[in-house]
Ligand binder design. Structure first.
Ligand code: CA
Length: 415
């Protein structure tokens, strides 16, 4: 669940919390101890005037100090943009498809119930789960109260974060989720659905019937809440999100998710399904060209907009849509991305990291997550091998690592 929108051609969002923090870095300064205390006092006055009990507030804030990490540069590379093929390769890889299929089997009854009740495609529900939290495995580790209080006192978007903090305190007051489980991203997204607290208040549901809305510990609550979210975002039962298409040669016509036309109009422009047949479905539809007319092209229908609503980025929505199709049994896109250095999945990213480590480059623990450390190590390797230093974990650097011999002086010291 994101609070900022960003999408541009051929680039994909950084992790959403990273983006948000990036924006804050430009404006925020850490509060002094006195400023912090007086801010917490002010927050207490506001919260208690809005129905939060003093006891809930005081318990939640016991020992809480501002989180300096949130306000200092981490992984701060504003110039760094991720090509969409890298973004999608990390989010929709064979591992996530296999994991998703296994979990869909395990939770088949719940997914069927969610599909029945909300009319939302179970594959899309599962894909949101897979992309948002890797099916509940990665939910963030920051204490929500601390993060949101820091942002409420130091950021330029205080009004927004104070609202989120208030929503968090109400979760604590309701007893729906225990305090120790209220951890999440830097910006306050939490649980298996990565809802912001205010979104939780509006849309989370108790789907396992235990009387609590717990999107952290309860898979049924998380899946049901996701279905509820998509339904409220305008999901149309029985329609696909869209599908990949083929453009006529040298296509220069209209495009864009928001440039809506009827299917008949797109057909008239010579756009076809990938098997060459005329376009199908009910418009209005947009034509998504994430990397321009030379890359994969997609007709996107109303349900794509519903997915987009979850996190206001087209690349993100495409990742969910594509993962849903892969879970359903579809293959990868027919048209290749316009690059000679395709993206790689998490297994291959771990291999890149391990091979860098074997050569003495510091990447930390190979975890398949490409952050600043890994990119720095890749650049160092590329420099040592006489390659262009782009710091990207793609197929090209993987192949270079596979064929080069580890450099003896860089090898780990012998005992
Ligand atoms: Ca429940």
């Amino acid at each position: 669940m994101q609070t900022m929108s960003r999408s541009s051609r051929a680039t994909a969002p950084l992790s959403r919390p990273a983006l948000l923090v990036l924006a804050l870095l430009l404006s925020a300064a850490p509060a002094s101890a006195n400023e912090w205390l007086s801010c917490v006092k002010e927050l207490r006055t506001i919260a208690t005037s809005k129905g939060v009990s003093a006891q809930v507030f005081d318990t939640a804030f016991a020992g809480v100090e501002p989180d300096a990490d949130i306000l200092k540069a981490f992984d701060n590379q504003p110039e760094f943009t991720i090509p969409i093929w890298d973004y999608l390769s990390g989010l929709v890889d064979d591992e996530r498809v296999a994991d998703g299929r296994a979990l869909m089997e395990k939770w088949a009854a719940v997914l069927a119930q969610a599909e029945e009740k909300f009319g939302v495609d179970r594959f899309v529900i599962a894909a949101v789960w897979g992309v948002e939290s890797d099916y509940g495995r990665i939910m963030g580790k920051r204490e929500l109260v601390r993060s949101l209080a820091t942002l409420s006192c130091s950021s330029r978007r205080q009004a927004f974060f104070r609202g989120e903090l208030l929503a968090t305190l109400r979760i604590l007051q309701s007893g729906d989720i225990p305090a120790e489980a209220l951890v999440g991203s830097w910006a306050g997204a939490f649980g298996q659905t990565q809802f912001m607290p205010s979104t939780y208040q509006r849309l989370a549901i108790d789907f396992d019937g235990d009387g609590r809305r717990d999107i952290v510990a309860s898979v049924p609550d998380a899946l049901g809440s996701t279905a509820n979210y998509l339904k409220r975002a305008g999901w149309i039962t029985g329609q696909p999100w869209g599908y990949e298409v083929r453009l006529p040669a040298n296509y220069g016509g209209p495009s864009g998710r928001r440039t809506k036309q009827s299917i008949a109009q797109w057909n008239e422009l010579g756009i076809r399904q990938v098997d060459g047949s005329p376009l199908a479905g009910n418009g209005p539809a947009g034509l998504l060209l994430p990397s321009g007319a030379k890359g994969p092209a997609f007709i996107v229908l109303r349900n794509f907009d519903a997915i987009f609503a979850y996190n206001a980025a087209e690349s993100y929505a495409l990742a969910i849509a594509h993962l849903a199709d892969r879970l359903r049994g579809a293959g990868t896109f027919q048209t290749p991305w316009p690059t000679d250095d395709p993206g790689i999945g998490r297994a291959q990213r771990r291999e890149v990291q391990q091979r860098l480590l074997d050569r003495g480059f510091d990447v930390g623990t190979p975890d398949g997550i490409v952050g600043a450390r890994t990119r720095t190590a890749i650049r160092a390797f590329q420099a040592s091998a006489g390659l262009a230093q782009d710091g990207r974990a793609g197929l090209r650097v993987l192949q270079a690592l596979r064929t080069s011999t580890p450099n003896p002086p860089m090898a780990p010291a012998q005992k």
